[in-house]
Every structure is written in C-alpha cells, then in structure tokens.
Ligand binder design. Structure first.
Ligand SMILES: Nc1ncnc2c1ncn2[C@@H]1O[C@H](COP(=O)(O)OP(=O)(O)O)[C@@H](O)[C@H]1O
Ligand SMILES: [Mg+2]
Length: 170
C-alpha cells in the first residue's frame, strides 16, 4: 500500500499537465497498482470515496487506500497552491474507451473520429460485461447516470467503474 510520504512526493513532483483529469478529479499514477485521485471539494472527495468503497467491496470498483489533504496547485494555471482532498486508489489497466479504440481502430481513443467514438460507445451497450456491471451496481443501491466509456475500465480483466462523482443512492 502507499504511505503519506509517497503521496506527498508524487503530488508535489508531478507537473499539473502530467496528471489525468476529468471535470472534477485529478489523477496521478504512483506505480503499476496504485494511484491517487484528488478534488477541490472535501464533500466531493467524501462522496466519491464512499461510493467507490461500497462498489469495491463487491468487486465493481478499484480498491481504496487512505484519504489525504494536501496544499498544491489544482489546475495548471493556479497561481497559488490550494487545499486538495484525495484518496489512494487501485489503478485500472485502461479505460473501456482506450482498449476498444486499439482493438477496433488501432489508435488511441483521442485519435478516433466522432463516429468511431460513437461506435465504441455502442459496442459497450452490447457488451455483457457492461450489463453485469450495471446490474451489480443496482444490486448494491447505486444509480449509474454517468457510466460512459471513459468512466469504466479493466481491472485484472474485469470491467469496473472508476468515476463515482455523479452517482447517487437509489
Ligand atoms: N482508478 C483509476 N485508475 C486509472 N486511471 C484512473 C482511475 N481513476 C481515474 N483515472 C483517470 O483519471 C481520469 C479522471 O478521473 P474521473 O474519476 O473520471 O474524474 P471526473 O469525475 O473528473 O471525470 C479518468 O478519465 C482516468 O483517465
Ligand atoms: Mg470521469
């Protein structure tokens, strides 16, 4: 597992442009198995942490490590460091979108045309693994409004959900 010293060093030494990001979260891989994700809002960290933990307990999300608070720039253009709130997470090997882009079109997801990206999205809805993931999430009482091809991915060959920022309790 990853300790606070390692989290501190990685967070301080990884330039903002080398992080992966969505609308709310910043993600930094620490090693093959573990990474950190962090948010501007403590309430958002707590929410995603709790939903991911619940899903991880039944194998539908990456496992979770410790929570932390740090003072570092959140965005590339932040002049001053800000408080960020995060937690350690197990890493997926790749998102559904990335894997299927290579399998279907031999390129990265970002290099796909809009219609290729739509085809990848369509393929997910026909995938039995996706049905199983949705059913499993419903079973533990989590709705799935934001499950799209870049918010699910493969962990030891199994499809799991990585982004719980839009999830709600049923
Ligand atoms: N467990 C993880 N393993 C590997 N990459 C991840 C993981 N969680 C997030 N990421 C990367 O960080 C990006 C943003 O994370 P995400 O949870 O989707 O945040 P947001 O709510 O901002 O969309 C993802 O698209 C993905 O590239
Ligand atoms: Mg996302």
């Amino acid at each position: 597992m990853v300790g606070f010293e390692e989290i501190y060093l990685v967070a301080h030494n990884t330039p903002s442009e080398s992080r992966e990001s969505g609308l709310r979260c910043r993600f930094i891989r620490i090693n093959e198995q573990w990474g950190i994700k962090f948010y501007r809002k403590e309430s958002m960290r707590n929410k995603t942490h709790d939903f991911q933990k619940k899903a991880a307990e039944v194998g539908l999300a990456p496992r979770i490590g410790q929570c932390f608070e740090l003072t570092i720039p959140f965005n590339e253009d932040d002049d001053e460091p800000v408080e960020v709130y995060g937690y350690v997470t197990e890493c997926i090997s790749e998102t559904y979108g990335d894997r299927m882009a290579y399998e279907m079109y031999s390129c990265s997801y970002d290099e796909c045309t809009d219609s290729q990206q739509n085809e990848i999205e369509e393929s997910m809805y026909r995938d039995y693994a996706y049905d199983k993931l949705i059913a499993g999430m419903c079973h533990i009482g989590i709705t799935t409004s934001d499950i799209h091809i870049m918010n699910v991915g493969y962990l030891k060959g199994k499809l799991v959900c990585i982004d719980f920022s839009e999830e709600e309790e049923l």
